[in-house]
Design a protein around this ligand. Structure first.
Ligand code: 5RP
Length: 217
């Protein structure tokens, strides 16, 4: 099966988890498949909170109401893809640059449902460069601090986040303790957040494989 077919299969499987109320929706190609599936059950749920401008636009294009996070209470579920995920449900996210808003919406949700094709399941995180969102004036300072942690930060050129910041993609990090590294990087002055989702891991992983969708929790 092609990767897009696996993404579509997990997106379809995620529909079973959609509650009647308000849903948190992630960003990226897998999340886009999910949004397109949501469009087929419009009316079965109330509205959505988007983790990026792109997601908000796609939801609206489908006629799905998009609410401001500050106008709603805790969400039942947040559904999003990942760049890498382990069996412990720790993830690297932010390949699409939406990590900060994704982490915020995830933090406001009772359950994080991760959708991934099986190429994303890894033993150890870090082959995918870790995205770090940084306040532009702190870019050099943060880069030096990331080098001290053993990484090789590379500025994502020509890219500005929805929050007006830059992304440093950090290569060659040995992420043996994702929970600690997430905290450590977030303590660097100038970092908005980093793409490790380990302190708040996924609750359910819908994994697309050639043998069908596997549910891990
Ligand atoms: C965007 C993300 C995405 O969830 C992640 O990059 C996976 O994307 P895709 O579903 O396109 O492979 O974190 O910021």
């Amino acid at each position: 099966m092609k990767q897009d077919e696996l993404k579509q299969a997990v997106a379809r499987a995620a529909i079973d988890y959609v509650p009647q109320g308000i849903i948190g929706v992630g960003t990226g190609s897998t999340a886009n498949f999910f949004i397109d599936e949501l469009a087929t059950i419009r009316g079965r749920f109330e509205a959505a909170v988007a983790s990026s401008e792109a997601t908000a636009q796609r939801l609206k294009n489908h006629g799905i109401q998009v609410l401001d996070l500050n106008s709603v209470g805790e969400l039942e579920i947040y559904v999003d893809g990942a760049d890498e995920i382990t069996r412990h449900m720790h993830m690297i996210k932010g390949g699409g640059g939406a990590l900060t808003r994704e982490k915020i919406v995830a933090a406001c949700s009772k359950k994080f449902i991760c959708l991934a094709d099986d190429s994303k399941l890894v033993e150890v995180l870090g082959k995918f460069p870790l995205p770090v969102e940084v306040i532009p004036m702190a870019q050099s300072h943060v880069a030096r601090e990331l080098v001290k942690l053993g990484g090789q930060p590379v500025l994502r050129t020509g890219f500005t986040t929805d929050n007006g910041n830059v992304i440093l993609d950090v290569h060659n990090l040995a992420i043996t303790n994702p929970v600690e590294l997430e905290k450590q990087i977030n303590q660097i002055v100038g970092v908005v957040t980093n793409g490790l989702f380990a302190q708040r891991p996924a609750d359910i992983l819908l994994l697309g494989t050639a043998d069908g969708v596997k549910t891990m929790q």
